[in-house]
Design a protein around this ligand. Sequence first.
Ligand code: CTP
Length: 425
Amino acid sequence: MRIVLGVGGGIAAYKVASLLRLFTEAGHNVTVIPTEAASRFVGVATWEALSGNPVSNSVFDDVPSVNHVRLGHEADLIVVAPATADLLARAAHGIANDLLTNTLLMASGPVLMAPAMHTEMWQHAATQANVETLRSRGVTVLEPASGRLTGSDSGPGRLPEPEAIFNAAMALTQSLAEASEGQPESLAGLSTTEVLPLAGRIVTISAGGTREPLDPVRFLGNRSSGKQGVALAVAALNAGATVRLIAAHMDVPAPPGVELVEVETALQLGEAVLRAAAGSDVVIMSAAVADFRPSAVSETKIKKRDDTDDPVITLVRNPDILKEVVEFRNTSSRSQLIVGFAAETGDADGDVLDYATAKLQRKGCDLLVVNHVGEGKVFGREHNSVVILSRAGSEPQSASGSKADVASAVIDRISTELSRVYPRA
Ligand code: CTP
């Protein structure tokens, strides 16, 4: 693919060197167009060396080839990162005063912009109106990540990680390609939300299994591998979301591009999930959380001695994190969709769905993804089969296949539910 990578004049320009690397390593031919201000942060030599292509930021360089016309027409995708407040404003108003903004006006393919700026600038009515204008014209404007900014401030305004921008760019072109198969004319009418249904949404996902220490070497754990949680994180990234992954013990690595917080115990998981949930549009509790923990943790290894009785481990109840997230959402009346997971077995008193329906009501979440466990099913396996129950009472929906297939079905359902219950402003 031929990609034009526009680089705005913000400190985050240095992170775009990694984004460029991701594009070139994936085999794409990238032409970098920095703005003049960007060149104050990262020199042209860096872009030329990493892209292997000449770099210019003026329409008056290489005049005979009319650079902006050629680049705008030839690009299969234009990515702008960091998209500063100034660049968003110029793009929204059609101002063409350098090579990048001229190229944007010539663009016939998809455009993805990854903003980065101080929180106040991002939240300013002028910037928000510019973002709205760009989105309404089909430009994919990602939501900035939250966190530490250039000075001592922190909040929304950080450039999403290079991997997240890369994933969103790939997902965007893939969805456009799928949508346009056999009907290229449909491409023009597609909105950001159709190609990246979770663009601009923040999704917190808990994954893996908690471990409750008994002493410095032993713990009470469970069989969760974290594979389903990681698959959900990948599917959410592919749908354009910013993903906060709270990972308890996992057998698989976290995917690149997520904001990762690693935890060990249920108490730590609870704290991290509640912190991440503030400001999230979706919370998915796919982690297997220990319901109980040892009432005391020995500071030294518990020894076996012949002269002592067999030890008895007393357990105390852990908080129900899912329930706490629901309570937090309800008391703060935030617009947030909460999804629980349930591993169930049936018995003589009821089948899996009876127990799951009762659990959905008890937990108060919006969706419950139900696994039928037992006989070696689910834990650590590559395949999964679930039923998605909704508190709103719509028909249960089944999904099965690889954990990636199940994850896309769950993320699709979440996207639909989210836009129905909490439509974008
Ligand atoms: N969960 C949680 N906090 C806990 C236990 C579970 O947030 N202390 C979450 C899980 O992440 C999952 C959902 O609750 O999304 C259901 O977990 P499950 O263990 O099946 O439910 P329990 O509440 O433990 O119900 P029970 O053991 O009675 O089946």
